[in-house]
Write a protein that binds this ligand. Sequence first.
Ligand SMILES: [Zn+2]
Length: 341
Amino acid sequence: MTALFDDRPFREASHRNGFSGNRIARWSEGRDDSSLERALAAPSSRLYLFAGDKVVLRQQDAIPSSVGHIAPSDAALLEAMGADADSVGGRLLPLWTLAEAADQGLDPDTVVLLGVRAGEAVLAGTVPPREERPPHETAIDLRSLAVQEALPPDDMGALAQARSLLLWHAANRFCARCGGPMRMKNGGSSRVCTVCNTEVFPRVDPVVIMLAVDGDRCLMGRQPQFDAGRYSALAGFLEPGETIEDAVRREIKEESGITVGRVRYHSSQVWPFPSSLMIGCHAEALSTEVVRDAAELEDCRWFEREEVAQMLAGTHPEGLTVPPRMAIAWTLIDAFAGREG
Ligand SMILES: [Zn+2]
């Protein structure tokens, strides 16, 4: 395959959703228990670091010119090229060397090997939270980074993988079958019981998120904890023994009372809070009377296409909004409003 075709389709609806840019080769088949040790011995290896729930970041303007500082003359050049000099100068860098990670207090027992990217091993681990940080460092939670679109897509995708994996290992220290201690295997791609040898693999929890459509109207609801004025697609976890389509029909019926017929898959989104896959669908409404589930939703109603377009554009007269652009709900709503592509 030549570079002309890159390594995946140029346009895939899921690529419009946040956390979709992961370019790490997980290298699952080639791993063994020594893979992590070898990665930790390679000077070119880089780590993503989490302090509690936050990603530890470096601010680029604080970096010496030898390793990537944007000099004033470069900033002027970038501005002339149409880039925003302030945003370039304030760029956040999420990768750390092994020595820097050690300085941050890296907990070696948490380190996982995410895989290989551009010939370099990419790892992740946790460091202790800090009350105060030097001026050139910061720590920001992953959701905020995604909403602000503060990092390139490949970093966001890798951080999603890292967050889910680190949390899974932390939550699976003991065997569910015999209670024995479990150890990490193959650099973090599974865990194995040191007593009964049971092996477990990181899990992903599927969630359906869907927009019911009735001609020129779509159905959106708001949960009490949403930002003021925000409406979104309905969503819920798949249950055992359910197809995606069945889950879409059940969730819409439960939350809104609307009966749904045909279901069409649109796109998916990695959602590392802690480890979900959002499966986005459009659904054909067969009834129109909303009977809201008051325990789940504060409001649920039909929105005309013109009103949805105003909400997407941020020009709704009553200030109603939809979720941020990084969210799959935004993509589903945008596709309904006819701006897809
Ligand atoms: Zn066991």
